[in-house]
Design a protein around this ligand. Structure first.
Ligand code: PGA
Ligand code: ZN
Length: 417
């Protein structure tokens, strides 16, 4: 069996928002891999540039003219070499010339093609025999902030985390039931609730920030009782989108409140305690490592996770580690471009006890590779939507992996709870 790259074929496809995105096929002498790139709505400033000037069309041209001829003849098994070749061709630090999403799709398609050339699934090929740990699904139930239109909570995501489940299938079942219960509760609360959902399939409702905590808390408790295991929950504040630099305050439009960093800290600590939050993502804006560190120090039994703060970037993570800024990190491979870059960041996170949380983007395709990567890298949590098509693709792939592993499958150890 040989994994020599014969050709790259790229095309324009669409994500769940109907936006153009890129899909790449990598063809080797005895295998094939395909991957497509997602897209964020509330992006971190330090993310790589998605596409070169000229968008997806220009990216396709670069693949045909520059990248495919360069990669042809290389061995897909050597992921680091493929990824460093992409960096060399690009020649910048942020993939401005070829596009981070171009790099992402090629990098993932290459890994898939290598695995396929050896007759293996991606998690087996990359993770070996020890890759048998399933992540807990962290599922978006209520949307607000930049993920909603019209009146909705200021907090971007209210997320269920059924951390007492004994199997992935049980955990995914719990999330689906919590999501359904929340829909019923929102309908009861207001006759005007239309059943509208965000790109990630979470409900959009005209309710306040605190109301949303009450609703998710009750749903998690009820489903936990019905299924007989603990269902926790948390939030992604996505605080960069609330932060107004000029005023140095977080603007909560729905609540008609403004909070400075100190007030934001008190507000969040209070929420963590009142609702026993298991997870808080991006509680402060993306440059405020210090406030992150204060919260991490004071919060008990709660994951404090950096998304826009770290942007899957090893240097930003290392800076955060020095300051004690968090205890978890969102991993979005397309924030940084290649699989090799992302795996270096995961390695650093694991070395310093930061939990890597593999994540979808709000704009996504039915590409399921992050499910395989969560198992490959033993990420204890995967963050993805509960019901929407592009996101359920990841959930279903994990159901398949668990089924495939049979009695070798085990759930991750969420030490913090
Ligand atoms: P995205 O963000 O819209 O950039 O994918 C989701 C998130 O903030 O986690
Ligand atoms: Zn986030």
């Amino acid at each position: 069996m040989s994994s020599i790259i014969e050709d790259l074929i790229a095309r324009k496809i669409f994500n769940n928002r109907g936006e153009e995105t890129i899909e790449v096929d990598v063809i080797t002498t005895s295998g094939f891999g395909r991957a497509s790139a997602p897209s964020g709505q509330s992006r971190g400033k330090a993310e790589v540039v998605y596409y070169p000037q000229g968008g997806v069309d220009q990216a396709l041209k670069k693949i045909e003219d520059l990248i495919a001829p360069e990669l042809a003849g290389l061995n897909a098994d050597f992921q680091e070499e493929i990824d460093s070749t992409l960096h060399e061709i690009d020649g910048t630090t942020n993939f401005k010339n070829i596009g981070g999403n171009t790099a992402f799709a090629i990098s993932l398609a290459n890994a898939e093609a290598a695995a396929n050339s050896h007759g293996l699934l991606l998690f087996q090929f990359l993770g070996g025999n020890n890759a048998n740990t399933l992540p807990y699904p962290l599922g978006n139930c209520i949307s607000g902030g930049l993920h909603a239109r019209g009146k909705a909570p200021d907090i971007q995501e209210y997320l269920a985390l059924p951390h007492g489940a004994e199997t992935f299938l049980e955990a995914a079942t719990a999330n689906a039931q919590i999501h359904r219960k929340i829909g019923d509760a929102l309908k009861k609360k207001s006759a005007l609730f239309s059943g509208g959902k965000s790109d990630e399939g979470a409900w959009i409702a005209n309710i306040g920030n605190i109301d949303a905590f009450e609703v998710i808390s009750k749903a998690c408790e009820e489903v936990g009782n019905e299924l007989d295991f603990e269902c926790g929950f948390g939030v992604d504040v996505a605080a960069s989108s609330l932060w107004k630099e000029k005023e140095e305050k977080y603007i909560y439009q729905n609540e008609e409140k403004k909070r400075d960093a100190e007030e934001q800290l008190e507000f969040l600590l209070d929420l963590i305690e009142t609702y026993h939050l298991a997870y808080v993502e991006d509680p402060f804006h993306e440059e405020d490592f210090e406030s992150f560190a204060k919260l991490t120090k004071k919060a008990n039994n709660c994951l404090i996770c950096g998304d826009d703060l770290f942007t899957t970037n090893n240097e930003r993570l290392s800076h955060g580690i020095k300051l004690g800024a968090a205890n978890a990190i969102i991993i979005k491979v397309n924030q940084i471009g290649t699989l090799t870059d992302a795996s270096e960041t995961i390695e650093t996170a694991q070395r310093y006890g930061y939990m890597p949380v593999m994540s979808h983007r709000s704009g996504d395709t039915c590409d399921w590779h992050i499910a395989q990567l969560a198992v490959t890298f033993k990420c204890p949590i995967i963050k993805t939507g509960i019901v929407e098509g592009a996101h359920i693709a990841k959930i279903n792939e994990l159901v398949r992996i668990e089924h495939f592993l049979g009695n070798r499958a085990k759930m991750a150890d969420l030490k913090i709870f």
